[in-house]
Ligand binder design. Structure first.
Ligand SMILES: Cc1ncc(COP(=O)(O)O)c(C=O)c1O
Length: 361
């Protein structure tokens, strides 16, 4: 039977617990919530819903070109970054792919749809789950496609631009399509030092995935996009799905979100302060934290069944037990606002106190 393997399934949890006050730390979206101007714009866009949405997302693409500082021809918008992953795989039908282990699970899910065989580059706890030059040895002529999530989900580690460029250069020599998932890059401080966007023009075997989902807190709208200088490839991705995958409200929401520069500034400050706060508190609680650079934190603990125990306190956290190379000792939490973070830390403390009273920890 199909098992949903991501965080954020508040619907099952509400049904299971009968509570509607659940705090969701299992999916990583901007704690500032949907920008106010987006809500207003979307209400106004409802009248447009009697028409099909613009299949070329013209206004949205123009706004994105300005935001990303690229030519509009290199962008294709879709129904979330996840849709791009599936379309790309369907369009190219790779026979062999290389994935990080652990990483975001939809790469593998998409690759399975075309019976692609998968090699793994193991991210090791001994290296704090960071990418090393050893990955270069695993890229060879037989690898058709490589997915790199930077910063990686769920580990939160960033790969240096220097190494990213070496990987991209190696992929050029082996004829490997390299997909760089930068869906969390907008949360990284000084992201230009890490993003490989500047290498796009010279590398038409490369794509960059981005999403509105996380940075503008709009997973429910479904809006993502891909950047590539490879026009033929972009066309193939376009052909591998329906023309109306980006709804009219999603297009309006995206255009409007990009205008809110203050929202992005406030996000940067909030995430930086609250991530530091949470990391400090988690360490105090005795958890082993793997210093994340994104809007989520990855840690290890000896407390057993932590996710279930936190759910009893009304808080969802992401157990990482279903990731390759991880176990039920690993968890991921989002970075949220201070009030919620205080509630989270208090709940962790309660769980640990309960354990020590019962002699389990
Ligand atoms: C690394 C990564 N890429 C892509 C996605 C999919 O994003 P979207 O909701 O825009 O489809 C996710 C969602 O969790 C993710 O973590």
């Amino acid at each position: 039977m199909y098992e949903y393997s991501h965080g954020g399934d508040i619907y099952s949890v509400r049904k299971q617990t009968g509570r509607d006050d659940i705090l969701d730390y299992s999916s990583n979206v901007n704690p500032l919530g949907l920008p106010e101007a987006v809500k207003r714009a979307v209400l106004q866009s409802l009248d447009e819903c009697v028409n099909y949405p613009d299949p070329f997302c013209r206004e949205l693409i123009a706004a994105l070109a300005e935001y990303e500082n690229v030519d509009h021809t290199v962008i294709l918008a879709a129904n979330g970054a996840a849709e791009i992953i599936f379309r790309l795989v369907l369009a190219l039908k790779p026979q062999k792919a290389l994935l990080f282990a652990p990483t975001f699970s939809d790469y593998e899910k998409a690759l399975h749809t075309v019976d692609c065989s998968i090699d793994y580059y193991s991210l090791l706890e001994a290296n704090h789950f960071s990418v090393t030059e050893a990955i270069l040895n695993q890229i060879n002529n037989s690898v058709d496609m490589l997915f790199i999530c930077n910063p990686n989900n769920p580990t939160g580690q960033l790969c240096s631009k220097e190494l990213m460029l070496k990987i991209i250069a190696k992929c050029r020599t082996t004829g490997t399509i390299v997909v760089v998932d930068e869906c969390f890059m907008d949360f990284v401080e000084n992201s230009a030092q890490y993003s490989v966007q500047s290498a796009l023009k010279q590398n038409d075997h490369m794509l960059i995935l981005k999403a509105f989902t996380k940075i503008f807190a709009m997973p429910g709208f479904r809006l993502g996009y891909v950047l590539t200088a490879n026009m033929a490839l972009l066309e193939k991705i376009r052909m591998a799905g329906q023309d109306w995958s980006v709804s009219a409200p999603a297009q309006f929401a995206g255009i409007c979100a990009l205008q809110d520069k203050d929202y992005l500034r406030r996000t940067e400050i909030l995430i930086k302060d609250e991530r530091e706060f949470l990391i400090r508190e988690l360490k105090h609680l005795g958890f082993q934290v793997f210093g994340s650079r994104a809007n989520y934190i990855f840690f290890k603990t000896a407390v057993t069944n932590l996710a279930a125990k936190m759910l009893e306190k009304g808080i969802m956290i992401r157990s990482c037990a279903n990731y390759i190379n991880l176990s039920n000792a690993f968890y991921r939490i989002a970075v949220k606002n201070h009030e919620d973070n205080l509630r989270l830390i208090a709940a962790f403390r309660d769980v640990i106190n309960d354990e020590s009273h019962h002699g389990h920890y």
